[in-house]
Design a protein around this ligand. Structure first.
Ligand code: ZN
Length: 581
């Protein structure tokens, strides 16, 4: 009952919010149009306005004209460190000339794409921004619901999708929203990715979000963000770059002797006929481009090149970096994650993808630098949303206590246990660190929910692969600091999270696939990522101190002099920036 009431109130609030958001977006669009229509005002006039708007910024410390935020999906700390000796392009340049934090750490339990991007964008952990993971479990049906699903805002010019389409569930303000508000809609913000759940949090409510849609083979957005395609996106889609890769193959950049290990490894995946060895065909066995060939294109480094091209089109189309009002271009590069899942972080495919990523990032930075009028007008930030574990069977073969377990393994065992004790089927679903129970059945049966949750936690805690398990009733009860509980607390958000939270032991992978690799734990291999600042005002060096990606948004906010996003938990990394200009 409580849950039903809460969600009704939530729906009403959401409807109000949606109305207000629509109004706000219209007003920002008018500001955008005004900015485009008055090119003559650029220069001194706009500079003065910007300085007044930006408060006490001294004339010598102007914010960078353009901020390029690059999130490389699944680029763990270890992966970048291992690849470093071979890098010569953009990644090498960021490391050599920037402030490089090799091992920043997400401090929450469920490290995945939606939560990671939302944390980077808001400067807060999931317990504040509400994006607890890629998907939620519907407690009555057991079905998975994408976290950015929103039936009220369908895709624009694409078949209806039950996938991610709008930021409605994002509670916190993002750095993109902050920029738009602080500049009264004149600072532009464009976020692009092959994944909706990456582009949406990076755009927040007030930026533009564009992501790749496998069904139509082009970049799309949701009606939350736009009612029609701007000319630059339409023109870009008309170039049909994704289609142009259909008859191509993914080939190695270096001679085979340069790659470590074997190309063909037992637990690599052969998803959609991509094959396990080089060269990889990109046609998915089809006779013409279609959904499967578009899916495997995302699992090749060439999708990064397409994103770089889209980034360049955004720079030109939205005139990013052209005047003194700061703009934000956020690019989430998804291919590394898809390649990681299919082939694992030690594969030839990953080694080759890193060499190609290095080039793509170099090209993106060069385009941003040109747009901003030089490095002194540009801020680049590079990070990742999470890292990733090795293929569990390979870790086991190397002698680590590693095992692959399915969610069904825990769901079946727990269901039997609760059935025996309470006489009902009570488990709705098991996610990475969460068990969702059937709340309606608990009420219908007259059971005490807390008793059921604690019984489930006790059973889970006794499983040999489980490190710790706790009923949500007890999550905040114990005030003793504890690695497991602290991480689980930061991952939990009201009724969106599971009824029981649990952590597997290190090297245990929860995966429903038979092969490939996964992520989602709080352990270093999943939670540690690089953070690099580069460009205007940045002190070069390697910074080995403790750092969390929640510090990224406040660092950018500090450089742009726009104030912090509303629910920020992190702090600006002052050691990475020089004072003045
Ligand atoms: Zn990811």
């Amino acid at each position: 009952m409580t849950l039903t009431r809460a969600s009704t109130t939530m729906d009403r609030t959401d409807a109000n919010n949606a109305r207000l958001e629509r109004k706000a977006r219209l007003s920002w669009r008018r500001a955008d149009a005004a900015r485009r229509a008055r090119p003559g005002l650029r220069g001194l006039g706009i500079l003065c306005t910007a300085l007044i708007l930006l408060g006490s910024a001294p004339a010598s410390a102007k914010p960078p004209r353009l901020t390029l935020l690059i999130v490389v999906d699944a680029l763990g700390s270890d992966l970048l460190l291992r690849s470093k000796p071979r890098l010569k392009g953009g990644l090498a340049r960021l490391i050599a000339e920037g402030a490089y934090y090799p091992t920043a750490r997400y401090e929450y339990a469920k490290t995945d794409t939606a939560s990671g991007h939302s944390t980077v964008a808001t400067g807060a952990n999931p317990w504040r921004h509400g994006i607890v993971g890629n998907q939620l479990v519907d407690r009555s049906t057991g079905k998975l619901i994408p976290i950015f699903a929103d039936p009220d805002h369908p895709l624009l010019e694409a078949p209806p999708s039950s996938g991610d389409v709008s930021p409605r569930n994002l509670i916190a303000e993002t750095i993109s929203d902050r920029l738009r508000l602080a500049t009264q809609g004149r600072g532009k913000s464009v976020a692009i990715s092959a994944k909706a759940r990456a582009a949406i949090p990076l755009a927040g409510r007030l930026g533009q979000a564009w992501w790749f849609n496998d069904t139509v083979g082009k970049f799309v957005t949701g009606t939350f963000y736009a009612k029609e395609f701007p000319a630059w996106v339409r023109t870009f889609n008309n170039r049909q770059l994704p289609q142009s890769y259909f008859n191509k193959q993914w080939t190695l950049s270096l001679p085979p002797t340069e790659y470590l290990g074997d190309d063909d490894r037992q637990y690599e995946s052969d998803w959609n006929a991509l094959g396990r060895t080089f060269p990889h065909p990109l046609n998915a066995g089809l006779s013409s481009p279609g959904e499967q060939s578009f899916s495997i294109l995302k699992c090749s480094p060439y999708m990064s090149d397409i994103l770089v091209e889209l980034g360049k089109a955004a720079i030109v189309g939205e005139e990013l970096g052209k005047d003194q009002i700061p703009d934000l271009l956020s690019v989430s590069i998804s291919s590394i994650d898809f390649i990681f899942h299919q082939f694992g972080p030690y594969s030839w495919e990953m080694q080759d993808a890193m060499i190609k990523l290095d080039k793509s990032v170099g090209e993106l930075i060069a385009a941003a630098e040109k747009a901003a009028g030089g490095k002194h007008n540009l801020l680049v930030v590079l990070t990742a949303d999470h890292g990733g574990a090795a293929i569990p069977e390979e870790w086991a073969a190397a002698g680590m206590p590693s095992v692959r377990l399915s969610a069904a393994h825990f769901q079946d065992g727990l269901s039997k246990q609760l059935q025996a004790r309470f006489g009902a089927d009570l488990v709705a679903g098991v996610q990475l660190v969460e068990v969702y129970l059937k709340d309606k059945t608990i009420i219908d049966k007259g059971l005490d929910g807390a008793v059921v949750r604690r019984a489930a936690a006790t059973w889970l805690a006794n499983q040999p692969e489980v490190l710790t398990a706790v009923a949500r009733d007890d999550l905040f009860r114990d005030s003793e600091p504890s690695f497991g509980l602290d991480a689980l607390r930061r991952s939990q958000f009201k009724e969106r999270s599971g009824d029981v939270l649990f952590l597997l032991r290190p090297f245990v992978t929860l995966s429903d696939a038979k092969d490939g690799a996964d992520h989602g734990s709080p352990y270093a291999y999943d939670s540690e990522v690089p953070v690099i600042f580069f460009g205007k005002g940045v002190r070069r060096g390697i910074f080995r101190q403790r750092m969390s990606p929640i510090d990224i948004a406040p660092s950018i906010a500090s450089m742009l002099e726009i104030g912090n996003p509303a629910m920020v938990e992190g702090t600006a990394r002052v050691e990475a920036f020089s004072t003045g200009d």
